[in-house]
Design a protein around this ligand. Structure first.
Ligand SMILES: CC(C)(COP(=O)(O)OP(=O)(O)OC[C@H]1O[C@@H](n2cnc3c(N)ncnc32)[C@H](O)[C@@H]1OP(=O)(O)O)[C@@H](O)C(=O)NCCC(=O)NCCS
Length: 145
């Protein structure tokens, strides 16, 4: 019986390379970006939540604390074969529960324009003007926890 698990990991954890592979496949390769572009400068200071079956990472979402109260959710990805089954929402909810537990009160994120409705269903609202990032249109979104 295979077991899907949600776990918080850190760079250096045995699942970290598989997390980077998923992020490259889902978020960077389709845009024609290189494997090296997948890492963020604040990678080591961020929370990494992965959805996995044993060594196979099938989803992830990261959070970078910017002060004691809030920070940025980023690198939200679900493997194509698992999309549309509720795992993206479960990743965000699991992350938010942990953030509340740690005393955070606010989350903001840079949403790709077509994914704005996904975050709206989760209680996030758009603010500010549209802009381009990684070559595609984005909107800023936020919510209070
Ligand atoms: C966006 C993504 C993370 C969503 O994860 P998912 O597991 O497919 O989404 P879920 O099945 O949990 O969807 C939750 C709800 O959001 C809706 N939803 C998901 N993606 C949506 C989209 N692109 N547009 C509109 N609604 C969407 C679902 O229909 C579902 O609605 P319901 O609660 O009424 O049933 C995933 O599709 C993905 O990895 N996409 C490619 C990478 C990407 O764009 N990441 C986001 C970068 S900002």
């Amino acid at each position: 019986m295979v077991e899907l698990r949600f776990d918080f990991i850190h760079p250096g954890h045995p699942l970290y390379e598989a997390e980077l592979d998923l992020r490259f496949r889902v978020l960077r390769e389709p845009l024609g970006h290189t494997r090296a572009s997948v890492k963020f400068p604040f990678e080591d200071d961020s929370l990494h939540l992965v959805l996995h079956v044993e060594d196979d990472v099938l989803g992830c979402v990261l959070f970078h604390p910017e002060d004691a109260h809030g920070g940025r959710l980023f690198q939200m990805a679900v493997a194509p074969t698992l999309q549309g089954k509720g795992f993206g929402a479960r990743l965000v909810r699991t992350l938010e529960d942990e953030l509340r537990r740690r005393g955070f009160r606010h989350v903001h994120l840079h949403a790709r324009a077509p994914v704005v409705p996904f975050y709206e269903r989760l209680g996030y609202t758009v603010y500010g003007e549209p802009y381009e990032e990684v070559g595609i249109p984005h909107r800023n979104m936020q919510r209070d926890l």
